[in-house]
Design a protein around this ligand. Sequence first.
Ligand SMILES: CC(C)(COP(=O)(O)OP(=O)(O)OC[C@H]1O[C@@H](n2cnc3c(N)ncnc32)[C@H](O)[C@@H]1OP(=O)(O)O)[C@@H](O)C(=O)NCCC(=O)NCCS
Length: 264
Amino acid sequence: MSPNTQHPEPNTQKEASLACFLSMLDSTEVYWLTQTFADVPQDDSWLSAKERAFAGRMHFEKRRQDWRLGRWTAKQAMLHYLSLPSGHDQASRLEILAAADGAPEAFLDGIPAPAALSISHSAGIAFCAVAATGLALGCDLEEIRPREDNFAADYFTNEELRLLEQAASRDRPLLITLIWSAKESALKALRHGLRRDTRSVQVLLTEPGHDGWNSLAVLDLEFLRTLPGWWRTQGSHIQTVTTGLVTAPPREGLQPPAAQRNKA
Ligand SMILES: CC(C)(COP(=O)(O)OP(=O)(O)OC[C@H]1O[C@@H](n2cnc3c(N)ncnc32)[C@H](O)[C@@H]1OP(=O)(O)O)[C@@H](O)C(=O)NCCC(=O)NCCS
């Protein structure tokens, strides 16, 4: 279903609640986009004045480049999601600002944009997920690599450690990266980030899905809720997406709807 699906104008408060609920069910599709440094324009005309000022205050060049890459990717994904043209003038109308907790929020001409988003960057690639406004949404991109011996023992739950013990040693770097990425993704969806103990969320790996995506779930052991999600490998990286509601596998953000249908 298109993210722009409309429902009739509600007349009463009850109908408004129902329409809100139905639009939530209608719009639980998640779109993803990746971009690299090569995609990001050199100039800053696609950033808003506030964003340019923020970038100007960054002390470290690497952080500034990662931030620009994340902003560029998020704006491309969001403009497409909102069916807006992708020119620099449109991109500068769309501001992606950090909330007090660090989570990115989008504003169009200063007004909250009707979409949720999450951003991750790793080794010159940014990964962004976009979905309907109000949906808890987190995404993460992580390079598959071996970790220090005590990494899993420090950050994983006993159940996750058991999962690792059962895995063949050649599969462990992927599994450790996947569990870590799913935790980060869930902690972003919950907007806590790494302020929370990573052992307070537990990753469950479930069924293979389609389009290369496999399903997962993250249990929030502190607040007793479950965040469903998806993961897949892409080159030497793992991509994870977690959400507050069950969704179909994430779809590539810049593909026209016909190409999406043929792929499904
Ligand atoms: C969110 C966090 C888990 C991301 O981890 P990471 O692997 O280093 O980085 P990623 O590239 O995957 O993600 C970074 C993006 O997460 C997003 N993010 C940051 N805090 C977030 C939060 N509380 N909730 C959701 N998303 C958040 C931002 O969009 C950020 O990119 P940007 O700053 O360029 O916009 C981590 O940065 C964190 O826990 N931050 C909160 C704690 C904090 O602020 N610590 C101070 C660090 S100096």
